[in-house]
Write a protein that binds this ligand. Structure first.
Ligand code: OAD
Length: 285
């Protein structure tokens, strides 16, 4: 174990409260494109045409076509070792708040995988899952329940949720979206209004409750683990400044430069799928 990995392990294990802040890089090894690096979404697509309320008002079909493509892409991806190791660690200890900027669902699916592993090892108990091998379906259901105990705080919304542009109703939506014409776009079951992806677009405020929960966790944390974010988008990016300002030790996992390098107590220059299991897997989790 390198001395930097050992320092990160010690800082995280010694902290009673930890805030974990993730960005697109944590899902990169699953095959989800990041935004700004080589191959990043904002290198190929123009945000002002696809990710603003004005773009949606101008051409909802085009915007839905792009989000439909991203939903299909993410649905075909699997959580990687970083998602699973992080969830396993969270399921095995208390005091961790996970805050993500990502709109994919890989933290949740990684948590279900981690919970399944822990149930099989007899390290997690859940109703109906005493003998996982005898009843694999009950075990998977119990794992999903256990995983729901460690949901991420989502700052930028979710690809798999929609919001009505008329009545504001929000709900999960995982089915295929037919964006071949404006008339086939998804509609609200309550009022018939046009549905939009429940994600935060440029120029829009972040969800208030999530923002408050995230910054409260940052202010109370003794350690802040930052994984795979350049730290370029406010106000989410200020979460790490909040934690550092309140005295948290900052650990950054990223193969590239980030806005946080100057304030990091430990910088681990590597891919999340390798580094995260190395720093979190050795704690008995
Ligand atoms: P970026 O694309 O800005 O940054 C991705 C970061 O991940 C970079 O620092 C990369 O070096 C790093 N990275 C790449 N591969 C990695 C790997 N295998 N392991 C670990 N890190 C890796 O993405 P975000 O910082 O997430 O907002 O972008 C923030 C926000 O900008 C997004 O939530 C999105 C976007 O516009 C909205 O859509 C509102």
């Amino acid at each position: 174990m390198s001395s930097e990995v050992a320092r990160a392990c010690a800082l995280l294990a010694g902290a009673e409260r930890v805030v974990v802040f993730t960005g697109a890089g944590v899902s990169a090894e699953s095959g989800v494109p990041t935004f700004r690096g080589p191959g990043g979404l904002w290198k190929t697509f123009r945000p002002e045409q696809l990710a603003t309320p004005e773009a949606f008002a101008r051409d909802p079909r085009l915007v839905w076509e792009w989000y439909g493509w991203r939903r299909d892409l993410v649905a075909a991806c699997r959580p990687n070792l970083a998602h699973v190791a992080l969830a396993r660690w969270m399921l095995c200890r208390s005091g961790v708040t996970l805050v993500t900027q990502n709109v994919d669902d890989l933290h949740e699916r990684g948590a279900a995988e981690a919970a399944l592993g822990l149930l099989r090892e007899g390290r997690l108990r859940a109703a109906g899952a005493r003998s996982p091998d005898a009843d694999p379906e009950a075990c998977r259901a119990a794992a999903r329940d256990a995983a729901a105990v460690v949901p991420p705080v989502r700052l930028h919304g979710s690809l798999f949720h929609v919001r009505c542009t008329r009545c504001g109703e929000r709900r999960e939506h995982r089915g295929a979206v037919d964006a071949s014409a404006e008339a086939t776009l998804p509609r609200c079951v309550a009022c018939g209004g046009l549905l939009r992806p429940d994600v935060v677009w440029f120029g829009e405020p972040l969800p208030e409750r999530a923002l408050e929960a995230a910054f409260a966790a940052a202010a109370a944390a003794q350690a802040c683990l930052v994984i795979g974010t350049a730290g370029a988008v406010q106000p989410a990016a200020a979460l790490v400044d909040e934690a550092a300002g309140a005295g948290a030790a900052v650990v950054v996992v990223d193969p590239g430069e980030t806005a946080y390098d100057g304030m990091a107590e430990v910088r681990l220059l590597g891919a999340a799928g390798e580094v995260v299991p190395a720093i979190l897997g050795g704690s008995g989790a």
